[in-house]
Design a protein around this ligand. Sequence first.
Ligand SMILES: [Zn+2]
Ligand SMILES: [Zn+2]
Length: 273
Amino acid sequence: MLQFMSFGSGSSGNCYYLANENDAILIDAGIGVRKVKHLMREYGLSASKLRAILITHDHADHVKASGNLSSDFTLPVYATEKVHEGIQHSYRFYRKIEPMYVKFIPKDEEFSIFSLRITAFELPHDSAENVGYSIHTDNPEDGVFTIMTDIGTPTEKVYEYIEKSNFLVLESNYDEEMLANGTYPKMLQDRIKGGHGHLSNHQSAEALAKCFHEHLKNVWLCHLSEENNHPELARKTVECHLRSFGIIAGKDFQLEVLKRHVASDLYELSIKS
Ligand SMILES: [Zn+2]
Ligand SMILES: [Zn+2]
């Protein structure tokens, strides 16, 4: 059985924990060592199970603690070559990843970290490169877990991986009206809603409605904007849109919103419930 937990989600820092019985990984490293250690202790998560850190892309909210987490837990950091290059260019901002911990991964080709089978696939975003991750084990009953964050626009890959997933972490960054009427300057608004920025609540809802299937058990909305979104609004937008297609959150699938600064529950993922 897979376990999932968010240690924090959004532009102030992203870090997610995924594990099976034997092996655990962190996805993104935007949360400091002290907080990660504190949360792992609090939730009884063993650091000795940690095998690696996977990075989605080279923006600070996803990588600023990568050097520290990697050195402290002695973990390799897996990312595409372009993302590692992007991280290197940001070293003046934070601690370097030791060269021996730098691991390159392919895209669209499965690789393994111990018992976890992982595929990285490209997502449009204004970083050096950005990938989503789809993860499963050799036990089909563990299901397929996918994380996609910082998505400029829903692409065929986004649809393809929603269709493959039992458990899905999907960006729902902003409410279109809040963004348009908020304090962000026009240039920044255009960046966010442009094809290489972020996914709105509506885009997220539409992608889910288009690709929904009965084996999709859990959806967590992630990377919500502090200024241009609200957890209840994100949830309602997705919930209402899906309801108009006869898909009921809480019955046909479980819908949760991940908080920016507060860790989520520790979820035990089951494809049967
Ligand atoms: Zn981000
Ligand atoms: Zn980003």
